[in-house]
Design a protein around this ligand. Structure first.
Ligand code: DGJ
Length: 728
């Protein structure tokens, strides 16, 4: 609910469990007064203190009142160059060379339903499920208008924000920085939690207390990156899974980003989140508008678990689109780790036949099917089948796969070009690169200039043709290198600072076109695994390949970190062969299944090589997954025990909304002789219900399972349990 007190100029956003408030003061400064656990309405600006602080200047309106300073007041959207020396949200470069952005309130407007952002992904809702507040600020001298957009989704405690910036003057204005979110906290007694790593080790959780100064994570790779995720948290130092106030903020964006937190001089803190200012410079001609990507925030008064469940709900219900929001995703087999580039039609059909016999529903042909590609150094851009490997092309192969009772899916990497491709021979300037510089290659390939409509048009037509040649019901949209030499032949020198962002807009444009040309095709996002696992991509691709690391034990940590913001149903997770290619570790098939089944499930191996008893286990896993799908897709997710270096079991629980069913998953780590007796306290059950645990005789009261715990059997190294709890 949005409550506007127009006389006092107080704006309060109420969600189920939280309150957010701001107030335009007597000088028109938009002050942030509160964000936290729900409180009744009222003017919370009484929390703000005024004091004469040395070296904190006073704006002109304050006259000689030395207690009024932009440097000490909590701001809703910080300017720059006008007396607030903390993290800026907006940096302008005006035609006279000045760099001041000083915003004042000019009005507000409330709307039913959720605002939308043209060309950008954003959360959405039917009119009766969300509201919008638009607060307008203006820098009167620069003649720049800033509309602050707030979307309020009461049920899931979600508040979204975006900023629309308009040049209302007669001369061009340059944006040097335009954050999507600025959030001031009265106390810096907070821990900063980020999700970091690299290729094959994405989204490890790191937690540190705020130290004086600015600390930040971000990406300048052109993609949201394997290294840092555009989702961060701040929390009370004592907060944990079930206790304490915590804040999560995600950028709904797939390119360069920066999440920065400053612990300032008076022990207050500021968070800003938005497009990374590195190499960002956007020219606004008179009348032009720039819209920032959306940021999504959830505050939980009861620990990380509740925050994650609310994010999961928000993503499932208000970010994922079309049929794949609710439809069960098919169990797939992917050719990559089974064959890499070494395949032809007979080999693929053998893999497919084995998989079909075991109950797999979708066969995905990964990299290596086009141009003359036999390794990763060639042919990107030439999106037609290699008839030497696949006589009759994709159509013939897809028909044979369909005849086995399976759907057919295909890998593509449409943002890339190889220098030996026909595409590059014809259009060398279509790759990002300043003309005078040699190329920097990544995985032997170059990046297409998606800022250019004609490049996107070419790729769109190639994909449209491809989708017509065969019955393709799934696409894996891969992206295997970071951006360098970011320069577009189609833009003048003063607009090169727009290329990173225009690239991302181009990717979104093409994704939208591909979705429109084949409605119902399931698209899985991928960037060398999890290099672009973000809420921006999820708007177009309802599942994303979580990591190129398919080792089940490493995956525990990757999926654990990912689960803080993203629902399990969005995480591509496959069972692969042992010993694992990345780690050399051998983990039982049962455990590989337990881990992969807590995501969008599939296999990435030659199933024909399995002994008969393992084939039976695969049949069983597929049946089991189908049965548990609804629970994993729409149930509540509880982290019970995190992956631990000391080898203690990792455990999590999926609980149905009515709390009548739950699925307990436990994976044992390294085991040493003489292990302790372990009891696992479950969560989210109905304390008054009696639950029967798979195969057990006894009934377990919910309160016993949650307060005293469930005694775990002794597990061998890397052994796992997948136990159903059903209320009777
Ligand atoms: C990177 C992906 O993450 C892999 O799954 C696979 O599709 C390869 N690319 C193919 O080149």
């Amino acid at each position: 609910m949005i409550i506007q007190d127009e006389t006092k100029r107080i704006f309060t956003l109420q969600t189920c469990n939280t309150t957010y408030q701001m107030k335009a003061d007597q000088n028109g400064l938009l002050l942030h007064t509160y964000y936290g656990p729900k409180i009744r309405e009222g003017d919370l600006s009484r929390l703000i203190r005024y004091a004469d602080r040395g070296f904190s200047p006073n704006p002109n309106e304050a006259g000689n009142d030395r207690t009024y300073s932009l440097d000490t007041l909590p701001q809703e959207y910080s300017g720059s160059g006008a007396g607030d020396f903390r993290l800026p949200s907006l940096e302008l470069e005006l035609s006279d060379g000045s760099h001041v952005a000083d915003l004042r309130y000019t009005g507000s407007q409330q709307e039913r339903g959720k605002y939308a952002l043209e060309g950008l992904p954003s959360f959405f809702a039917p009119e009766d499920q969300a509201e919008t507040l638009v607060i307008t600020l203006e820098d009167a001298v620069a003649q720049v208008r800033v509309e602050m957009l707030y979307g309020v989704f009461e049920d899931c405690d979600l508040i979204t924000r975006a900023v629309r910036i308009t040049n209302r003057g007669g001369k061009p204005v340059r944006l040097r920085r335009a954050a999507s979110l600025c959030l001031d906290f009265p106390s810096a007694q907070l821990d900063f939690i980020t999700f970091d790593g690299g290729h094959v080790k994405e989204r490890g959780l790191n937690r540190t207390p705020l130290r004086p100064g600015i600390q930040s994570v971000g990406s300048i790779r052109g993609i949201s990156s394997h290294q840092h995720n555009p989702f961060i948290m701040l929390c009370e130092p004592s907060a944990d899974e079930d206790h304490g106030t915590c804040y999560g903020a995600a950028l709904v964006y797939s390119g360069n980003f920066e999440a920065a937190v400053e612990r300032a001089q008076f022990e207050d803190a500021r968070l800003t989140l938005g497009i990374h200012p590195f190499h960002f410079c956007w020219t606004l001609e008179p009348g032009e508008v720039f819209t920032t990507p959306e940021a999504a925030m959830i505050c939980s008064p009861r620990g990380f678990g509740q925050m994650s469940r609310q994010f999961h709900r928000a993503v499932r219900e208000h970010l994922l689109r079309d049929v794949w929001r609710d439809r069960r995703k098919p169990v797939l087999v992917n050719s990559w780790e089974a064959a890499y580039f070494d395949f032809d039609t007979p080999k693929l059909l053998r893999l497919a036949r084995e998989a079909a016999n075991l109950g797999v529903e979708l066969f995905v042909l990964d990299d290596g099917w086009f141009g003359h590609r036999d390794d990763d150094s060639s042919s990107l851009g030439d999106w037609w089948a290699n008839e030497k490997k696949l006589p009759g092309g994709l159509g013939a192969l897809a028909t044979e796969i369909n005849a086995l009772g399976m759907e057919f899916g295909l890998w593509i990497e449409p943002e890339m070009v190889s220098e030996d491709s026909q595409l590059y021979q014809k259009h060398p300037d279509w790759a990002l690169n300043p003309p005078s510089r040699p190329h920097t290659r990544g995985r032997c390939q170059l990046v297409l200039d998606y800022t250019r409509p004609e490049v996107r048009e070419y790729v769109a037509q190639a994909l449209e043709k491809l989708l017509k040649t065969a019955h393709i019901s799934y696409l894996k949209w891969d992206m295997n290198r970071a951006l360098t030499q970011v320069w577009s032949a189609a833009l003048p020198s003063e607009r090169q600072g727009e290329v990173y962002h225009r690239y991302v807009l181009g990717v979104y444009d093409l994704l939208e076109r591909v979705r429109a040309m084949s409605p119902g095709t399931l698209i899985e996002g991928c960037s060398g695994g999890g290099g672009r696992f973000d809420m921006g991509m999820l708007y177009y691709t309802p599942q994303i390949w979580c990591s190129d690391n398919t080792d089940a034990i490493d995956r525990l940590r990757i999926q654990y970190g990912t689960s803080f913001a993203y629902p399990p149903s969005t995480m591509g997770a496959h069972v692969s062969a042992v010993p694992n290619e990345q780690t050399g570790r051998s983990v039982p098939l049962e455990t590989r299944g337990t881990v992969a089944m807590s995501g969008t499930f599939g296999y990435e191996m030659d199933l024909g090589t399995l002994p008969e008893e393992e084939k039976n286990l695969v049949r069983h896993q597929i049946r089991d997954y189908r049965e548990s799908y609804q629970l994993i897709q729409s149930g509540d997710y509880y982290r019970l025990s995190p992956p631990s270096p000391d080898g203690a079991p990792t455990a999590w629980l999926h609980v149905s909304q009515d709390r009548r069913e739950a699925l307990l998953c436990v994976v044992s780590g390294q085991v040493h002789a003489g292990p302790p007796f372990r009891c696992l306290r479950l969560k989210g059950l109905d304390p008054e219900k009696q639950y029967r645990v798979t195969g057990g005789e006894e009934l377990w009261p919910g309160d016993v399972l949650m307060e005293a715990g469930f005694p775990l059997p002794m597990l061998r190294e890397y052994q796992s349990l997948r136990l159903w709890l059903k209320a009777e």
